[in-house]
Design a protein around this ligand. Structure first.
Ligand SMILES: Cc1cc2nc3c(=O)[nH]c(=O)nc-3n(C[C@H](O)[C@H](O)[C@H](O)COP(=O)(O)OP(=O)(O)OC[C@H]3O[C@@H](n4cnc5c(N)ncnc54)[C@H](O)[C@@H]3O)c2cc1C
Length: 403
């Protein structure tokens, strides 16, 4: 097979880049190891309205809307914030991938599923990529450019580099593991969780992490737990999720519910983002260049942003025949993510990894008490725009890990 640009991975980053390139008339081939993009919808995908508009996403990728927050914990504490109008959406991650890939096809791009890329070597001015199909047969793609959008696994660009500097061994990379179930619940039960994002916080809910309950289509909820690594011999996440369900739902509600899907995955990011972003005509985007932010386990918006940054640079390089200015790509992407992004990465490490017992729970409680007078919109600004300064200058030393 031949293509001008081969994009490996049809997650939000790869599929968005492929649709941008196809819309500009580039002969793009988008491949994914999944045979069906609606499957393995591991992400919960909460996002503010502004992002939905910025990326031009249609109603068909939205599972529900929300206007409030509910924070459960530490222990039995419960806090709620509510806005008068919806603030954001929960995306249907499978539908999002499907829609982006369909758009790519609509603009004349090719999409091939069930192909896993396992090798990529320079050939002439371009690349020769090898992919294995579901029957084990090997296919070859010759392309001028290859974009690794395979997520935190970095299938082609290789392991995260460079290695940590002396004295910061392992500290720059923050890694979390999440498990999530899609539940069909009675409508009355769904209604009590609808219209809001709920989080379970505190070491007795999820040590070194947090849990969540997000409303999906009527009658469906996504319930998940995520924990930062390294964990210190904590119980398996599947068991933590079951305990969480037992605390959140009555025996009758659990009996009347069904698990429609179980999924999970890794989320990984380097706080300083010094990962290799490309070598010549092999480039990387999305989680493959650490765009995910582990404070709220959030990466879809940032993955889409990385494609929006790379697309015009790549188009210009294709048209001019000049090399792509890699340094410019890295700098523009860092600017787009902003300084708050890396501050919140540090905060993620500090907040979640340190959440191991009563002392950390007390500290978390104090922070939550400080949030009480804030509005639901303020909380959205804190969690999605990382507007920590609104939370008060007094908290900044805590946020940067000095307390
Ligand atoms: C449990 C969990 C919950 C999350 N919840 C949220 C949330 O609520 N909100 C949010 O914004 N983010 C969330 N995230 C993070 C978010 O899903 C990621 O940051 C985002 O999907 C990254 O997009 P991406 O396109 O870079 O990579 P991915 O979405 O990981 O896409 C990579 C694609 O590449 C394919 N692929 C991998 N290797 C190969 C190969 N060798 N050959 C071919 N194809 C390959 C994969 O099948 C996949 O489709 C969550 C993550 C997890 C694990």
């Amino acid at each position: 097979m031949r293509a001008q640009v081969l994009v490996v991975g049809a997650g939000p980053a790869g599929a968005e880049l492929a649709r941008q390139l196809a819309a500009a008339g580039v002969a793009v081939l988008l491949v994914d190891q999944l045979a069906d993009l609606s499957q393995a919808a591991f992400s919960s995908a909460a996002m503010p309205f502004a992002s939905l508009e910025r990326f031009g996403l249609p109603a068909q990728v939205v599972a529900s809307r929300w206007r409030g927050w509910q924070l459960l914990g530490p222990a039995e504490q419960r806090r709620c914030w509510r806005a008068s109008a919806p603030i954001g959406v929960v995306l249907d991650f499978g539908a999002l991938r499907q829609w982006l890939a369909d758009q790519c096809r609509r603009f004349g791009g090719q999409v091939q599923l069930g192909l896993r890329a396992f090798d990529c070597q320079p050939q002439g001015a371009g690349w020769r990529t090898l992919l294995r199909d579901r029957q084990g047969a090997v296919r070859e793609v010759i392309s001028d450019w290859v974009v690794d959008a395979s997520g935190q696994g970095r299938a082609l660009i290789g392991p995260f580099t460079p290695p940590p500097r002396a004295g910061e061994a392992g500290r720059d990379r923050v890694q979390g593991v999440g498990v999530e179930w899609l539940l069909q619940v009675p409508l009355g039960c769904w209604q009590s969780w609808s219209d809001q994002l709920s989080f379970c916080l505190g070491s007795d809910w999820v040590a070194q992490g947090y849990g969540w309950i997000f409303p999906m289509a009527p009658g469906q909820l996504k319930v998940g737990v995520c924990r930062l690594r390294p964990d210190r011999q904590l119980p398996p996440l599947g068991r933590v999720l079951e305990q969480l369900l037992a605390r959140l739902f009555s025996p009758e509600e659990r009996q009347a519910s069904a698990v429609l899907d179980r999924h999970g995955g890794l989320i990984s990011s380097s706080i300083r983002r010094r990962d290799c972003h490309g070598q010549g005509r092999l480039l990387a985007i999305g989680d493959a260049v650490s765009t995910a932010n582990l404070l709220g386990g959030e990466g879809i918006r940032h993955a889409l942003s990385s494609s929006r940054v790379l697309a015009p640079l790549l188009l210009e390089a294709i048209q001019s025949g000049e090399p792509l200015p890699l340094r410019q790509y890295e700098q523009q992407l860092s600017q787009r993510l902003g300084w708050r992004w890396s501050l919140s990465g540090r905060l993620a490490r500090r907040t979640w990894l340190g959440l191991t017992g009563p002392k950390a729970d007390q500290r978390l409680s104090r922070l939550l008490v400080g949030l009480e007078p804030r509005s639901a919109e303020d909380l959205a600004a804190l969690l999605f725009d990382y507007r920590f300064e609104r939370y008060g200058l007094k908290s900044l030393p805590y946020l940067v890990g000095m307390r």
